[in-house]
Design a protein. Structure first.
Length: 185
């Protein structure tokens, strides 16, 4: 079983995370969750407003839904900073345990990517939503209670260390290695 980092060790990694690119970074990993607690890493994937991240269980119903019971579009895509998950997980093979779909080397902070910001990656356009992404019980089980304290701290929330949610505005294909770019309006 992997050793979890202490809060002090995690805080020592903040400078590395803060140096993530602000305008254009890289899509480092794609993960789908076909069923609860299952993870599949992909080299490429289709994304659409109707299907979300294709193959992911979002379209089958998720933790947040609309009044008609359909999955909420504001939580279609879970995105996490690759430097953050690398620090927390310790090795790339453990990244999928976080449950996010896209792991990117990009500054996800509130200051850099406020809700409404659009991103392009591959042929896809995403829009950052207001729904908070917080560390939970499963995250603590997988990465330790200090990891949850780290991502849910005031600094962690401002930097969106646990990640962000986005909805799909323009359908298309994303591939590991694609540039993810903040769009100017």
């Amino acid at each position: 079983m992997p050793t979890h980092l202490t809060l002090e060790q995690l805080n020592d990694g903040i400078l590395t995370i803060e140096s993530s690119p602000q305008d254009a970074g890289t899509l480092e990993a794609i993960v789908i969750r076909p069923v609860t607690d299952a993870r599949v890493s992909l080299d490429k994937c289709e994304l659409s407003p109707q299907g979300g991240v294709h193959g992911d269980n979002w379209a089958l119903g998720c933790w947040k839904s609309l009044p008609d019971g359909s999955p909420h579009p504001d939580v279609q895509v879970a995105i996490m900073n690759s430097r953050t998950i690398d620090l927390i997980a310790g090795e790339a093979e453990r990244w999928p345990l976080a449950g996010d779909n896209l792991f990117v080397d990009l500054d996800l902070s509130e200051n850099n990517l406020p809700p409404g910001t659009k991103l392009s990656v591959g042929d896809v356009t995403l829009e950052i939503t207001e729904i908070p992404h917080n560390g939970c019980k499963k995250f603590a089980e997988r990465f330790g209670t200090d990891a949850v304290k780290f991502v849910n701290s005031p600094v962690g929330k401002q930097m969106h260390l646990r990640g962000i949610y986005a909805k799909i505005v323009q359908a298309g294909t994303v591939r590991v290695g694609d540039v993810i770019r903040k769009l100017r309006e």
